[in-house]
Write a protein that binds this ligand. Structure first.
Ligand code: FE2
Length: 157
């Protein structure tokens, strides 16, 4: 039987979240699993690997939720993802590189990067803002506004 790589990483993330105080745990579950779903959907639309996209989303804020500190969390979460992914022995060095690079770049919403970087940035934006109106996104998070509009256009929604 083939091991489900996404499920393995979901379990790792759940174990981390379950160790957190109530408020942070709830926020983490909501955001991370919304982002995972969005990343898989975006990857599918763009002809990319849904597993790689989903795993990147699952780990993209790992350090932020674990520590409760958002400062430089993209780089710190990328660093945290390396031993997690390597320990599973389920990902190639190339896949680990792609995932960690996307995680490290995900806060840079104003610039365009490699395909998996873009999937993760867009999934993060959808996870945070999908249920808000365009005006609300513009007001609350102007750096994500153009991405939000482009995503709605890409998905014709
Ligand atoms: Fe995020």
């Amino acid at each position: 039987m083939q091991i489900n790589r996404v499920k393995v990483i979901e379990t790792v993330v759940c174990m981390m979240l379950d160790s957190l105080p109530d408020e942070r745990r709830t926020a983490g579950y909501i955001h991370i699993f919304r982002a995972e779903q969005a990343a898989a959907l975006i990857a599918l639309r763009r002809g990319l690997d849904t597993e790689i996209a989903a795993v990147g989303a699952l780990l993209h804020d790992y350090d932020k939720y674990l520590t409760g500190n958002a400062e430089e969390h993209a780089k710190k979460s990328a660093d945290a993802s390396l031993p997690i992914l390597a320990k599973t022995e389920l990902f190639t060095p190339c896949e680990i590189g792609v995932i960690a690079t996307a995680i490290a770049a995900h806060s840079d919403k104003e610039n365009v990067g490699a395909p998996y970087d873009e999937v993760l940035k867009d999934a993060d934006v959808l996870s945070h803002h999908f249920l808000k109106s365009a005006d609300k996104v513009k007001e609350e998070y102007p750096r994500a506004y153009q991405r939000y509009l482009k995503l709605k256009e890409e998905f014709s929604i």
